[in-house]
Design a binder for this molecule. Structure first.
Ligand SMILES: *[C@@H]1O[C@H](CO)[C@@H](O)[C@H](O)[C@H]1NC(C)=O
Ligand SMILES: *[C@@H]1O[C@H](CO)[C@@H](O)[C@H](O)[C@H]1NC(C)=O
Ligand SMILES: *[C@@H]1O[C@H](CO)[C@@H](O)[C@H](O)[C@H]1NC(C)=O
Ligand SMILES: *[C@@H]1O[C@H](CO)[C@@H](O)[C@H](O)[C@H]1NC(C)=O
Ligand SMILES: *[C@@H]1O[C@H](CO)[C@@H](O)[C@H](O)[C@H]1NC(C)=O
Ligand SMILES: *[C@@H]1O[C@H](CO)[C@@H](O)[C@H](O)[C@H]1NC(C)=O
Ligand SMILES: *[C@@H]1O[C@H](CO)[C@@H](O)[C@H](O)[C@H]1NC(C)=O
Ligand SMILES: [Cu+2]
Length: 568
């Protein structure tokens, strides 16, 4: 069933005072058949698709998640929200919190500080492809495009799997998978169903908020006879730019204006096509080599014809060519360049993994943020965090993040806590970044997820103004499970002894997960790395859920029954 969101923008614009948006959600298993095939999915309050979370800029969201799954841990991440001064509300398990065990709850309290189109999803054990995801819309009372559109429509798109994530990941992490292949989806869904019929009037302009919930494939989007006017990339306004076609990578969002054209008596199809090409840029006409299509309609005449969309030109707009609406210049001067060379790799047990600089991400015993808070002066030393690809970023500095994609496929990289500037993202087979700044725009576009072409690179830039632990990872969820993650530890000196909400800590205690000390929970000698996890798990039962019941971890926690300190 299509789910539309029609919002009276005039009413929202007149609301001046920041409000509190309080929701209480139960995560439960429900059965659903979004593409006609019934399977268990994770829903909210007994229903699926999961609800749309809405707020106005400046509102505080207070979201309590009750884990009623019975058999899996869970958690929520708010994709694209910077979590200013609230890094512990970011959500990834093992990073800024312990997973929420069955029968427990967690409350996320954060300010929806910037307007835009976001989404929330589980950031725990590869769980969001099992359905735990939904739109998060932060409306802008000072919308620079106010008056240019009449209604809003949320359009979500995703690849879809008939098997559950745990099974898919188990099958992927086999030594026989020498091609490092991720699981391939069974189909495409739109608004968590098979297509969408959107009532359209030829006098009106609509703001589409397009969100990809995908785990693997990117999506080509084209509207018959209607040009898209892009106004936002992820949650950053851009100068209005025309687009014939968009290529939307997993986790990306585009806000586009579409005006009903002044012809009538027929309905206009739009096509969403899964793209799993290894190299899009070099081969546009064959972009969809293994297509799964979904067709939706702009319905202007319910009794008229419903034709199929035909796309002859596979030429999505280059998002890096957009201009930020606020004209913010490239940050500088650059104090530090972090270079991440990504390639697939094989671990000591011969299992397929993904690596940055030859190192795969290995979850540690203590969530990284809790180590930052409890290792004192030593928290600026990456050695206390273990094999989580830790990088220490200095307060107030400007940092280049260079991703050299040594793989022969395109990958979408996401940074938590930032709308980064994209200084350069050349075409396929350009090689690694040479260090030259020749092509950098004076005012680069910003977003939070960027596709990096095969055998090529991206140069991203951020300012370190928000203390916290923020991940940088490929948003192909299967590659996260292969270890394609780095950990940016920002302003650690400002996080010493910071206190965390008791319900977050209680979730650690319930599972015997240590929440103090270095990566191994050593509070006495934080430079002692002897109990760090240095080998990726050989069996996959769902990330930290298995670690929680692991005897050594439980024993370590019993030896350290103290609670976290509660002064700031
Ligand atoms: C948990 O229960 C659901 C619903 O019965 C099931 O589909 C799912 O596979 C179970 N998860 C695990 C890890 O056993
Ligand atoms: C949209 O409407 C057409 C014509 O009535 C119908 O064939 C199609 O199934 C509808 N699609 C959805 C997703 O409801
Ligand atoms: C378009 O707007 C005009 C003038 O407001 C109105 O008369 C007409 O009915 C509208 N047409 C549609 C399809 O809404
Ligand atoms: C998907 O749509 C494209 C463009 O119209 C077409 O070339 C392709 O054959 C379609 N694929 C399927 C499986 O229908
Ligand atoms: C590129 O810019 C960085 C940061 O401003 C600077 O440190 C570096 O020297 C520049 N490289 C070249 C080759 O100009
Ligand atoms: C942090 O707490 C420890 C132990 O209570 C104390 O020794 C230290 O001075 C505190 N550090 C800061 C920066 O407050
Ligand atoms: C840092 O770790 C070393 C080794 O454990 C220890 O000697 C030192 O006291 C620690 N410093 C602080 C400030 O905790
Ligand atoms: Cu990837």
């Amino acid at each position: 069933m299509a789910r539309f969101s029609f919002l009276p923008t005039l009413i929202l614009a007149s609301r001046a005072l920041a409000a509190t948006v309080t929701v209480n959600w139960d995560a439960t298993w429900v059965n659903a058949a979004p593409d006609g095939f019934a399977r268990p999915v994770i829903g909210i309050n007994g229903a699926w698709p999961c609800p749309t979370l809405e707020a106005n800029t400046g509102d505080t969201i207070v979201l309590t998640l009750n884990n009623l799954l019975g058999n899996e841990t869970t958690g929520l991440h708010f994709h694209g929200i910077d979590q200013v001064q609230t890094t512990w509300m970011d959500g990834p398990s093992g990073v800024t919190q312990c997973p929420v065990p069955p029968g427990s709850s967690i409350t996320y309290t954060f300010v929806a500080n910037a307007p835009g189109t976001y989404w929330y999803h589980s950031h725990n054990m590869g769980q969001y492809p099992d359905g735990l995801r939904g739109p998060l819309i932060v409306h802008d009372p000072n919308d620079p495009y106010a008056g240019k559109y009449d209604e809003e429509i949320v359009l979500t798109v995703s690849d879809w799997y008939h098997d559950q994530s745990i099974t898919l990941v188990q099958n992927m992490l086999e030594s026989t998978n020498t091609q490092f292949l991720p699981p391939f989806p069974d189909g495409i869904i739109v608004n968590e169903g098979l297509g969408a019929n959107i009532t359209f009037a030829n006098n009106k302009t609509y703001r589409f908020r397009v969100i990809s919930f995908a785990a693997f494939a990117s999506v080509m989007l084209h509207f018959d006879s209607h040009t898209m006017q892009v106004i936002m990339t992820d949650a950053s306004y851009v100068q209005q730019s025309q687009a014939y076609q968009l290529r939307i990578a997993p986790a990306q969002r585009y806000d586009v204006l579409i005006s009903g054209i002044s012809r009538d008596h027929r309905n206009y199809p739009f096509l969403l096509s899964l793209d799993i090409n290894r190299d899009f840029a070099n081969d546009p006409p064959q972009a969809v080599v293994w297509p799964h299509n979904a067709t939706g309609y702009l319905v202007m005449d319910p009794n008229g014809a419903f034709p199929q969309d035909t796309v002859n030109l596979w030429q999505p707009v280059n998002d890096v060519s957009f201009k930020p609406l606020d004209g913010v210049a490239a940050y500088g001067p650059v104090a530090q360049t972090i270079t991440l060379n990504f390639d697939f790799c094989t671990d000591v047990n011969g299992l397929p993994r993904a690596c940055f600089n030859g190192q795969t991400y290995i979850p540690q015993k203590v969530p990284t943020l809790y180590s930052v808070a409890t290792t004192g002066e030593n928290n600026t030393n990456p050695a206390v965090y273990g094999d989580v690809n830790p990088f220490i970023l200095t307060t107030g500095s400007v940092v280049n993040v260079v991703v050299n994609n040594l793989d022969s496929a395109i990958h979408p990289f996401h940074m938590h806590g930032h709308q980064f500037q994209v200084l350069d993202r050349p075409g396929s087979n350009t090689g690694s970044w040479s260090g030259h700044n020749r092509t950098f725009p004076a005012s680069p576009m910003r977003r939070d997820t960027i596709s990096v072409n095969p055998n090529s690179y991206a140069v991203l830039r951020i300012q370190i103004t928000n203390p916290g632990v923020f991940l940088f990872h490929c948003h192909i969820e299967w590659h996260v499970e292969m270890g394609l993650t780095a950990t940016f530890i920002q302003s650690p000196e400002k996080l010493r002894n910071v206190s965390f909400p008791q319900d977050h800590i209680d979730n650690c205690i319930k599972q015997g997960i240590p929440y103090q000390g270095n990566a191994a929970g050593n509070t006495q000698n934080v430079l002692d790395t002897s109990d760090f996890v240095t080998v990726p798990p050989t069996t996959y039962t769902g990330a930290l859920y298995s670690a929680a019941t692991d005897a050594p971890v439980a024993r370590a926690a019993r030896l350290r029954p103290r609670r976290v300190r509660h002064h700031l």
